[in-house]
Design a protein around this ligand. Structure first.
Ligand code: HEM
Length: 165
């Protein structure tokens, strides 16, 4: 305890998501789970439409990939109130992704594909507040996978290009 005053502080998922955002992610995921495979198809369709060059990083048969993605999302959502506990496994997932050839800009493309895909799948359930909650959850994943979560959690600006060589 102690000098913690921000609304986000006081939960082990601080500073990534407020408790309200955690609740919105959980509630909307409940609608997503029954249509997980279709949701994943919509996501990859959006992704490959936004940037056809990332298609080559994936196997021809996307069946296992769709399952992997939705299972991982499920793990994240179940642990959304304790993101601190997921940190090491998410960081390891990120290191594997570097090995798959995933670049920083791909994380931005995936964010757009994910949020737009969720909107397409969930319709009016996916309102602006829910979208912002998922965006916050994705920022946690993206920063942790790329290894700069500490900078953001500490309040520093997210990796602006640095001057110099
Ligand atoms: C929230 C972010 C992401 C999550 C939760 C996620 C999840 C996963 C999971 C669970 C796997 C299975 C393999 C493993 O566990 O190492 C995987 C593989 C993969 N992901 Fe991601 N991923 C994310 C972001 C991205 C991004 C930004 C890209 C860039 C296009 C990407 C491209 C790939 C590729 C190419 C593979 C390997 C496919 C293969 O081996 O055929 N992922 N991802």
């Amino acid at each position: 305890m102690g000098a913690m005053s921000d609304a986000r502080i006081g939960t082990p998922s601080a500073p990534w998501l407020t408790e309200r955002q955690q609740q919105l992610v959980r509630e909307s995921y409940a609608h997503l789970e029954p249509v997980a495979d279709a949701a994943a198809s919509i996501f990859y369709f959006r992704l490959f439409d936004l940037d056809p060059s990332v298609r080559a990083l994936f196997a021809a048969d996307m069946t296992a990939q769709r399952r992997n993605l939705m299972q991982t999302l499920g793990t994240i959502v179940r642990g959304i109130d304790r993101l601190d506990l997921l940190g090491p496994s998410v960081a390891a997932l990120g290191r594997r992704h570097a090995g798959y050839g995933v670049r920083a800009k791909d994380y931005e493309t995936v964010e757009v594909a994910l949020l737009d895909g969720l909107e397409e799948t969930l319709g009016s359930i996916f309102d602006a507040e829910t979208r912002a909650a998922w965006a916050a959850a994705y920022r946690y994943l993206s920063a942790t996978m790329q290894g700069f979560a500490g900078d953001i959690a500490g309040g520093a600006p997210a990796h602006a290009p640095r001057a110099g060589p």
